[in-house]
Design a protein around this ligand. Structure first.
Ligand code: HEC
Length: 485
């Protein structure tokens, strides 16, 4: 049942994204009868929401790529997609109202566009089908629209908790930073008191970690719509309100130091090498990207992109030397990349189900992965990946893993709400049964002495790894945190 509720929540997440699209559409200004329709303001959002799925740079149905102004004007097989000034001869307009089999979007898969949107596109073609001043015709339209949109503000007080899909201890171990809704929240680790809120404009944070230089690296996005990797600084004083520090990370350049990557789908994972010199990020677009962060994440340089996974990349981890990167995929594999030689090395196929988490031990070129086959699998990596051990079958999917390089222990969180501590060789240790939520994020302090867990229902707990009696727990949603104990 619990697995079901987790699945249900993924369904919910998709539904939420759909609702967001509906709201965005409802809120989009309709072109008034007397004002000419603009390309980016009126036409492009309709194309993005209804046409890009089949007409993009990779999948050009009818040889038509609609994701740039140039692509739209070049047209498809029939070369009469847009005839400026002549809507009746432009298939961009005629196919939208067509009753025959060529109707767009295809009637067997989609509903026709509302008449008002068709009229907007018709007017724009009639007025000469002009792009906006300054728009590079080859620019990716989805990206241009994201650049111009203002992200929503986080709620002042949360009406309901949001899943804590990412969290991290501050480098001194005194604070826990969690991903909220369009923001990050910082809490005192010993009391659960809210200390700061950093507005990011990222709907959902899926991974976050601190660089040794104190900056915060954050990945996330909106499923199916956008993905962001950004670097924040919490060094500015911000504005104090009711003992909470507010930082403006969506446009204040002292807080948002750098947007490292902007993708068309949600990013899901980030990893940093032990020396802080290499950063990796990956996600639903299947790509694994590597940056050189030797001079700090704010001035990171892009190094490489790998597209070896056939589905979402769900997690990644560097080997202790930083030479290898291990990545987990929904394509049921774990892959090993040689970062120095810049090549994919090996693949681990044993899971035969989506892999959701991966970790690497300090010694012996050994790692661990887990996922929807409900088992942790321990393996060696290099030019080959070989299984050396496996855990007994768990009652639920394993969702997250974190390895403590110091002790060689690793901690797993499962959909059955248990959190387990394993010895590096696969032997079992402590089982934590009192979290009371589905663990959707895990992090350890640098010395491995304390563990923090975030949950699907917004729960956050801090455990002492060496003292089973010590635990503190709260709900990581401003306005609702008093609800926990
Ligand atoms: C579900 C997939 C899908 C969606 C969504 C879709 N299309 Fe198409 N479109 C196709 C396919 C497939 C063809 C090629 C049909 C053929 O060859 O007969 C096509 C052909 C076209 C053509 C003709 C290209 C040519 O020169 O022959 C135009 C114009 C077009 N689509 C516009 C649109 C617009 C505008 C939208 C959004 C409002 C849209 N399409 C949404 C699948 C899609």
């Amino acid at each position: 049942m619990r697995i079901h509720s987790y699945r249900l929540c993924i369904v919910c997440a998709v539904a939420t994204a759909l609702i967001a699209i509906i709201i965005a559409l409802a809120g989009a200004p309709e072109a008034r009868a007397d004002s000419p329709a603009g390309f980016l303001s009126d036409v492009a959002p309709v194309l993005r929401d209804n046409c890009f799925s089949c007409h993009n740079t990779k999948r050009k149905s009818g040889k038509l790529d609609l994701t740039s102004f140039a692509g739209l004007m070049t047209g498809g097989v029939h070369e009469s997609t847009v005839v400026p000034g002549r809507p009746a001869e432009s298939e961009l307009v005629t196919l939208l109202t067509d009753a025959g089999p060529r109707a767009m979007p295809p009637r067997d898969k989609c509903t026709p566009l509302p008449a008002s949107q068709i009229e907007t596109i018709r007017k724009w073609v009639e007025a000469g089908a002009k792009p906006d001043a300054g728009l590079d015709p080859r620019a990716d339209i989805a990206r241009e629209l994201r650049k111009r949109s203002t992200p929503p503000s986080p709620p002042g007080r949360y009406a309901r908790p949001v899943p804590v899909t990412a969290l991290a201890f501050s480098p001194d171990g005194r604070r826990v930073v969690t991903g909220g809704q369009y923001e990050l929240c910082e809490w005192e680790a010993s009391t659960g008191r809210l200390t700061a809120r950093i507005r990011t404009g990222i709907e959902r944070t899926t991974a976050l970690l601190f660089h040794p230089d104190g900056t915060l690296i954050v990945a996330g996005g909106q499923p199916g719509l956008s993905g962001t990797l950004a670097v924040y600084s919490m060094a500015t004083p911000g504005e104090m309100r009711n003992d909470v520090r507010f930082l403006e990370g969506s446009n204040d350049r002292k807080v948002l130091l750098r947007q490292l990557h902007d993708a068309d789908d949600c990013l899901l994972a980030v990893a940093l090498s032990a020396d802080g010199k290499r950063l990796a990020a990956a996600g639903a677009d299947r790509a694994v990207r590597i940056w050189d962060t030797s001079a700090g994440p704010a001035v990171a340089k892009s190094l490489a992109t790998y597209e070896s996974h056939a589905d979402w990349v769900t997690a990644c981890a560097f080997s202790p030397s930083g030479r290898y990167l291990l990545t987990a995929g929904r394509d049921k594999t774990v892959k090993c990349f040689d970062i120095e030689k810049n090549e994919p090395l090996a693949s681990f196929p044993e899971h035969q189900a989506a892999v959701q988490a991966v970790g690497v031990f300090r010694a012996g070129d050994r790692g661990v992965s887990a996922g929807a086959d409900n088992r942790l699998r321990f393996w060696t990596f290099g030019s080959e990946m070989k299984q050396v051990n496996q855990s007994p079958q768990q009652r639920g999917e394993v969702l997250r893993l974190v390895v403590d390089p110091e002790s060689g222990r690793c901690v797993s969180g499962s959909a059955d709400q248990t959190i387990r501590v394993w010895k590096g060789d696969g032997g079992t240790g402590r089982v934590i049964n009192d979290f009371g939520d589905v663990p959707t994020s895990l992090a350890l302090t640098g010395d491995g002495a304390r563990l923090t867990v975030g949950g699907l229902q917004g729960t956050v707990a801090v455990y002492d790894m060496n003292d089973e009696g010590k635990r503190i727990r709260w709900v990581a949603a401003p306005g609702l945190e008093a609800g926990a104990k």
